[in-house]
Design a protein around this ligand. Sequence first.
Ligand code: SF4
Ligand code: SF4
Length: 259
Amino acid sequence: MKPKIAVHKFTSCDGCQLAFLNLGEQLLEVFDLADIVHFAEAGAVDPETPVDVAFVEGSISTPREVARIQRVRANSKYLVAIGACATSGGLQALRNGAHSVDWLAQVYASPQHIETLAETTAIAKHVKVDLELWGCPVSGRQILATLRALLFGVVPINDADKVCMECKRNNTVCVLVTQGVPCMGPVTRTGCGALCPSFGRDCYACYGPAENANSDSLARRFAGLGLMPADIARRFRFINSAAPSFSDEWRKASESGRK
Ligand code: SF4
Ligand code: SF4
């Protein structure tokens, strides 16, 4: 019998599920290796069946999602969080710290019908996660490599190196050094293949903090380029604003701007 896999969606834009679907011909390889029992975007709907590997896209934003992620965890041998929403809370986490009750009252005529948590959080804040694949969106290459490793009983590679390393390997000219643009690559985890620098633009940190990210030092470098504290805060307060190393940095920059 083939192993079973499921792809679950929580609060998200579906972009990481599309990265899965965009595997194209390689998706056929997945069908050879495993049975996909739940993947609503692709047609299969059976969310409660126990599976070997569950991929989870999206952040936890509502009380119902808290209960549902517990069931997904109970039904899965391995749980892999995919994408910035699932690993750090994603763009939705920008609302954390704001007064959500006031916001709801301003946006909706009947806010009492909206069920939402005060904060949007990563999957790992609620259940044990076996592996996190960062990125907005994740790449199909990461998903396939992880799935193959888990199905063949190998520990998947958790590549937490910095985007800069990828630039060096690709012989990409550094935009920070040569153009003085505030590139986030020195603190961002690789996985995209240093896509933005390869087109001559700065990395905007969609893959989240790298291992041993020295955000303090990069913020000082940005100040040296002439960025004001509010601009530095914005560089860190974006797709992965709730990731620890980035949230510390934008808070510090915001506070120094108020002094
Ligand atoms: S990580 Fe990005 S692409 Fe993936 S679901 Fe969230 S917003 Fe969409
Ligand atoms: S372009 Fe950005 S990611 Fe690439 S080496 Fe320079 S600072 Fe690092």
